[in-house]
Design a protein around this ligand. Structure first.
Ligand code: CTP
Ligand code: CA
Length: 228
């Protein structure tokens, strides 16, 4: 383990991490959002920097201090996050999509604040699909050998759903979190299994998000090989 041994095994590497949760505007003051705190993505960025990598952290709506020595690109929406990731990945050795990206956005953003009116039912909100960034960057790699990692939170049939999602996304590794009480959202701790496209399965016991980050970078480093 690079970090355990204090080895800068990611020196000379550029890694991109997305973190947080996107917000999709309904009007100038309202949005559709999610509960991602950004902690797992920030831990991944911090650990990668500690292991010697140059790190670009694409951060969506996170209220955490920027890790030292990490380049932070702030974004709001899924479309902004996509642009920032596509740009940052060009010369990256690895891209880790830890952000919770909204699957849908309002079809249109109201120009002014939506007002209620007595005796009038509210209009339904029409939603459209956001692009799947992980599938896109997996299908069309910016560099040969670029390692792409996704995250998934599942409540049921965790392994079966994770395997299916890994195949659908086309990424190299998928970190599957089991969502439950005191697990994952807003918590300091995580419990996960990392599925590899090569059929490997790496369980990560309940522990701090930095420990999961170390396992992810171990698996990424093993897939990067020795060329720089
Ligand atoms: N993701 C993405 N772009 C999206 C949605 C998700 O890049 N529009 C990425 C996330 O960052 C994460 C992975 O895809 O790394 C899995 O996200 P998840 O929501 O579990 O997958 P979905 O395909 O959206 O499946 P579901 O219908 O279960 O939400
Ligand atoms: Ca989703």
């Amino acid at each position: 383990r690079g970090a355990d041994a204090g080895v800068a095994d990611l020196a000379g590497r550029h890694v991109v991490v997305s973190a947080g949760g996107t917000r999709e505007p309904l009007d100038p003051v309202r949005f559709l959002g999610n509960r991602s705190s950004g902690r797992q993505g920030y831990a991944l960025a911090q650990v990668a920097a500690a292991r010697g990598a140059r790190v670009t952290l694409v951060s969506a709506n996170v209220s955490l201090p920027a890790p030292a020595g990490v380049d932070v690109v702030r974004v709001g929406t899924a479309l902004e996050l996509r642009e920032a990731v596509l740009n940052a990945r060009q010369d990256a050795d690895a891209v880790v999509m830890a952000a919770a990206v909204a699957d849908f956005r309002p079809a249109a953003m109201a120009a002014g604040k939506i007002k209620k009116k007595d005796g009038v039912e509210p209009a339904p909100v029409e939603l459209v699909r956001n692009p799947d960034i992980l599938a896109e960057i997996s299908a069309d790699r910016a560099r040969a050998g670029q390692v792409v990692v996704g995250f998934a939170a599942e409540t049921d049939e965790v392994l079966a759903n994770g395997r299916a999602k890994l195949a659908r996304k086309g990424c190299d590794l998928l970190v599957v979190n089991e969502v439950g009480v005191d697990k994952t959202f807003g918590s300091e701790h995580n419990e996960a299994v990392v599925l590899g496209a090569d059929g490997t399965e790496t369980p990560v016991p309940h522990g701090p998000k930095s420990a999961l980050a170390d396992v992810v970078w171990d698996l990424v480093a093993a897939r990067l090989g020795s060329e720089t």
